[in-house]
Write a new protein. Structure first.
Length: 519
């Protein structure tokens, strides 16, 4: 079979496989299963420092879809009303024995989740609030849908507070309950890909001011055995495998600014709505990141003072603790040197990256988009810092041209301390290409990038903008030594592609005329 002539690429409207219906806490609105409100505090209680466990979800996330081995990470942190006097350790636990207690008190018949369903809690559930602060670090809870066998289960969570801390729960009880609803697959004609079948990561960028970020979940990759059949041979779809196409989504939602003598983290006009739109992506195994840029004040990542770095990192930490999995740094738009600000220097950006990692910890992604100078300062060790040691991934922003910074002829230089496998050398916003000559053809990518040890990362700079139906897109599995097609899915049936593209750059809902993906 001529691989170059027979590969077809289509888009998919994904169906839900497993749904979690959860009640959210604190800043996530009080939608958890009811617990006693308690009495008003007396004068002694007024001296206490009250606190509450908070999560990274919103009220719009009452239905969180999980499928196969794609499991969402639920981020939790504890927040107090007043700063704590000393470092305070708080422990969160899952106690399945409380299900029986709840059923007896409320006359319900919820089942216990199987222990297989609880994949783990990071750091054994321990959270620490530093002295003088009101917010703990973040811990992650992961559930495994393959172990959830009951239609309705209950997940009880308890919080242990040290008596000497003076912290008291804002509820009368430290027991919190989540209702779990399990729904079986609606399209059994596809099988889930195993972890080693998708051997590269798809990274996408979305303009959150124009497009609802939840559109990222509408794409799946279908991998089939090219020796058995090619696109169009639908009778053998039951031998196919699928995975959600995107692994990381970056949304433009905040910028570094400067006002009244202070550095600021400025939110976009519909910032909260963007975060809400992003939140459901974690249920599909898609990491949700916010792209940070400058905004033309003359101040950017490469000319911050140490004091400004400290202030900016504190603002970014608040953002990262609130429903996102990480940040993407894009050194763009600063216009260094204007409005009395200094020129770019070699130490500011590495210091910022190091400070962000120390503040955000290892559970949050930190990625860097290379846009050219002055980000080129990351190529050398500065102030004793090798920036690549503190980031997860970096990638080029040069459109539709293969970049290998480790080659002498490259216009980009490798980030100091960054391993080749963490670098993505191809970005594009083009969805069509010349099979014979275009560098985006996967055989060329494999020869020039992946076979030379660079990261198996593919960067889509602007989704979902395209001018025609997805007939030829570089999203396919030649990289996996197979082939793939992308199809729209409704009710478990396959359809020919129907993009319903709107020329103003907004998407129609694929199930009707509602402009679901407009902002």
């Amino acid at each position: 079979m001529d691989m170059k002539r027979n590969i077809n690429f289509k888009n998919v409207l994904c169906m839900a496989a497993i749904t979690l219906v959860t009640g959210m806490l604190g800043g996530c609105e009080d939608n958890s299963i009811a617990t006693p409100v308690g009495k008003l505090p007396n004068e002694t209680a007024l001296d206490n420092n009250f606190g509450m466990l908070k999560c990274d979800m919103t009220t719009s996330d009452l239905e969180i879809t999980m499928t196969n081995t794609k499991t969402p990470d639920f981020a939790f942190f504890y927040q107090t009303v007043k700063p704590v006097a000393q470092d305070t350790r708080i422990t969160m636990k899952i106690d399945l024995d409380l299900v029986d207690k709840y059923n007896e008190e409320h006359g319900t018949e919820y089942r216990k989740m199987s222990t297989i369903s609880i994949e783990g809690i990071s750091n054994d559930g321990a959270m620490t609030i530093k002295a003088g602060d009101t917010m703990s670090d973040t811990i992650m809870v992961r559930l495994n849908p393959l172990g959830t066998l009951h239609d309705y289960s209950l997940l009880p969570i308890t919080v242990e507070l040290p008596e000497e801390s003076g912290i008291r729960p804002s509820r009368d009880s430290n027991e919190i309950y989540y209702k779990i609803y399990y729904k079986r697959s609606t399209y059994p004609w596809l099988s889930p890909m195993k972890a080693d079948m998708k051997k590269y990561k798809m990274v996408g960028f979305i303009d959150g001011e124009k497009v609802n970020a939840s559109i990222a979940k509408e794409f799946i990759m279908v991998l089939y055995d090219n020796e058995t059949f090619g696109p169009g041979h639908y009778e053998l779809w039951e031998t196919s495998w699928y995975a959600y196409l995107y692994d990381i989504i970056n949304v433009n939602a905040a910028t570094l600014g400067y006002a009244n003598g202070k550095v600021t983290l400025n939110q976009s006009a519909n910032f909260k709505k963007q975060l809400s739109n992003m939140s459901s992506l974690s249920s599909y195994g898609i990491k949700r990141c916010v792209t940070l840029k400058a905004e033309g004040t003359g101040l950017g990542f490469c000319n911050l003072t140490d004091e400004q770095i400290t202030a900016f990192v504190a603002e970014v930490k608040k953002l990262a603790n609130y429903r996102v999995d990480g940040i993407n740094l894009m050194d763009e738009g600063a216009e260094y040197g204007i409005n009395g600000h200094p020129a770019a220097n070699a130490t500011s950006y590495p210091k910022l990256i190091k400070a962000l990692r120390e503040s955000l910890g290892k559970t949050k992604l930190i990625t860097v988009t290379i846009t050219g100078d002055p980000a080129g300062s990351l190529a050398s060790e500065a102030a004793g810092i090798r920036a690549g040691e503190y980031i997860d991934y970096a990638w080029t922003w040069v459109n539709t041209k293969i970049m290998n910074p480790w080659e002498d002829s490259s216009i980009e230089k490798p980030i100091a301390g960054l391993d080749k496998s963490q670098y993505g050398g191809f970005s594009t916003d083009e969805y069509t290409f010349d099979y014979e000559n275009d560098e985006s053809y996967p055989e060329t990518l494999r020869e020039k990038l992946y076979d030379k040890g660079l990261g198996k990362l593919y960067i889509m700079r602007n989704i979902p903008f395209w001018s025609d139906a997805l007939e030829a897109t570089p999203y396919h599995a030649n990289i996996n030594a197979g082939a793939a097609a992308f199809y729209r899915v409704e009710g478990g049936h396959k359809y020919e592609p129907d993009i319903n593209y709107l020329h103003n750059g907004k998407y129609k809902d694929m199930k009707g005329d509602k402009n679901y993906y407009e902002m």
